[in-house]
Unconditional design. Sequence first.
Length: 443
Amino acid sequence: MRGCLVRRRTGARARDAVVTGIGLCLPGLKNPVFTADDLWQVASTGKCCLVKKGVYYGSVNLSQAAFEERVPGIPEFFARHYTDAHRFGLVSLGQACLDAGLEVQRDLEEAAVLVGRGGVDANIDSYLAVLRADPATYPVAEALEMFVAAEQSVTPSDVALVQGALTRSRGANFTVSCGCASSALQVGNALRMITTGETDMAVVTGVDVFSITMIRNIQRLLSGAQHAYDAMRAEDMPSLLPSFDALMRPYDRRADCINHGEGSATIVIESREHAFGRDVRLYGQILAQVTTRDGLSSPLACDETGKALVSAVRQCLGDTWEIGQVPYIHGGSDGNAVVTAFEANAVRELYGSASRDLLMSSQEGCFGHNGAPAGCLGVAETLLMMRNGQVCPTANCEEPADHLTFDPVPGTVPRPLDFDYAFTFNYQVGGVKSAILLGGPDV
């Protein structure tokens, strides 16, 4: 199934930013999650795709055959130097275009190709290989290979580079890095580019790879550092350093850790008029996106009052919408108690006594905290919930925390809800908050 049929609108409404395609490359139960239907099968019942390898982690396990099937025709000279970030990002791009009825190498020449990247783990090996190579002894025949690998892989703009080549793009092609809010910011950039007429189509991808070796080592280092941390901790710093060895449980009373994952999520965003001209179906609309920051002097801490998040929400609503029209929020909680605290405080401030009726869930426990994909993934999951009239449960939440000011939809059963407006939240370490307001196809 897909969203509602396109209805033609003229004037300013022809520049509505509508979502027409969803593509993924995420951890799955047996095979990777590639399509919107795959995503719904996992998220709608809160299935957990994490595997414990010393720490819990979400691995995509994309085979070479699966990559070549979904992204055919790439010259082997370039493809053999691709990192997992390249492969994940190309696969999700191809799947989103297929979902939107677009031919990757024909229909995206004028589209904006926008990428969000939070981490650089996938770039490290190529960077170190160049740094450590001795020009006096390095084989000349292999120097060109190293150069190509480095040019494709040593910067955070690496995925935008290969996506632009695949699409033959002549439009905007750039990367934003804002931690786990990276692709959320690119959704906002796509919205502005479409509403102002700069482009009629934007393909937005979030992709990251977190090194499981690094995560394991961090866990070992932190286990011996807790005492020293306690001695220097200021009041605005969390009481516990992060843990990765237990299962993440957002909004659960036992929540005390974060699990990471890897992968990519892509959405196709078009002007309503452009989508009408292609006679495609819609998932919904991007109505507004706003980013704020807590204003603290620390580059790592965040304000647990939630004031910056409240500000982002109110700026999204403006004078056009009211908070009472939004009965569901896709939360950004990754199992971190500090995140849950400022979300709970923000919801109380925004909804008052009505907050107890608000449904707010997180599916990070399905795939792991994957960084930059979270923005696009939140949009995709929320629009699927809106289309299906059901709210996905919070993955791994079984015993809701006492201090919550909202209903986290615990368990493994989706909750029926007929709704046309929703928010999805994303955050970056250091107090950055992103809010995206979504609407149904015809609101």
